[in-house]
Design a protein around this ligand. Structure first.
Ligand SMILES: CC(C)CCNC(=O)Cn1cc(-c2ccc3c(-c4nc5ccccc5[nH]4)n[nH]c3c2)cn1
Length: 262
């Protein structure tokens, strides 16, 4: 591939390492998201090897709920990533607009993400940052893990964006080793945030969030109304001992998912 193979459109996002543009591949007319990274910035941040590893991993992933990396190329000064275009944009903007999602929409997203995580764990890939900023929505409303990996932020970063602790499980906050079960914790956080519009351990100060996470200080507000089944699932995922978190295949069998996911 070379840059002239593409017609470049509007910017879709910008971040630490470069920008993402809407683009159309000339021969096929296929619409893609073209991410442009500056070699100079990659070099000074020593992320070239991490980028190569991420590209290697992502180029082999094929799942309806994981954003595709179709290919990459580079020129003198930049690296270009040819990414799947998600027609309905960023999930966190939709969550901000709706305040919180319905139980059906939340359960549908959580089921899709659980299946994507089962697929990733099957390929020995863990800790895909599944916070709202890393999720996109496809043309049919399906959720897609974009995994910005080393934090490429899109426009109007969210309040908790700068080094959000909200999604980290106790074992990561306490710096012990972590395993696949970190993703179950993050999925629980996400489920709570879909239903209530805020993550469960949010606090003004990082130190307070930290304390609430390690204590698993889980509280369910009275508003908006959330069914007992949903709270039961969240409570089985946000468990301090990572070995006792509900396994992903059990998430898919949970009554709240079975009754609400499309
Ligand atoms: C290291 C590399 C292999 C990781 C690959 N993944 C990324 O680079 C993560 N990433 C995805 C994007 C991204 C950002 C926005 C979009 C969009 C998109 N669609 C939109 C529709 C409306 C408004 C905004 C939109 N952004 N589609 N695909 C995207 C992809 C930016 N970084």
């Amino acid at each position: 591939w070379v840059l002239s193979d593409f017609e470049i459109g509007k910017p879709l996002g910008r971040g630490k390492f470069g920008h993402v543009y809407l683009a159309r591949e000339r021969r096929s007319s296929q619409i893609v998201a073209l991410k442009v990274l500056f070699k100079s910035q990659l070099k000074q941040s020593q992320v070239e090897h991490q980028l190569r590893r991420e590209v290697e991993i992502q180029s082999h992933l094929r799942h309806p709920n994981i954003l595709r990396l179709y290919g990459y190329f580079y020129d003198q000064t930049r690296v270009y990533l040819i990414l799947e275009y998600a027609a309905k944009g960023e999930l966190y903007k939709e969550l901000t607009r709706c305040k919180h999602f319905s139980e059906r929409r939340s359960a549908t997203y959580i089921a899709s993400l659980a299946r994507a995580l089962i697929y990733l764990h099957g390929k020995h890939v863990i800790h895909r940052d599944i916070k709202p900023e890393n999720l996109l929505i496809g043309a049919q409303g399906e959720i897609k893990i974009a995994d910005f990996g080393w934090s490429v932020h899109t426009f109007n970063r969210r309040r908790t964006m700068c080094g959000t602790l909200d999604y980290l499980p106790p074992e990561m906050v306490e710096k012990t080793e972590h395993d696949y079960n970190v993703d179950i914790w993050s999925l629980g956080i996400l489920c709570y945030e879909f239903l209530y519009g805020v993550p469960p351990f949010e606090a003004k100060e990082h130190s307070e969030t930290y304390r609430r996470i390690v204590k698993v200080d889980l509280k369910f507000p009275l508003k908006p109304f959330v069914s007992p089944a949903a709270k039961d699932l969240i409570s089985q995922m946000l468990v301090k001992n990572s070995a006792h978190r509900l396994p992903l295949h059990k998430v898919l069998e949970h009554p709240w998912i079975v009754q609400n996911a499309d």
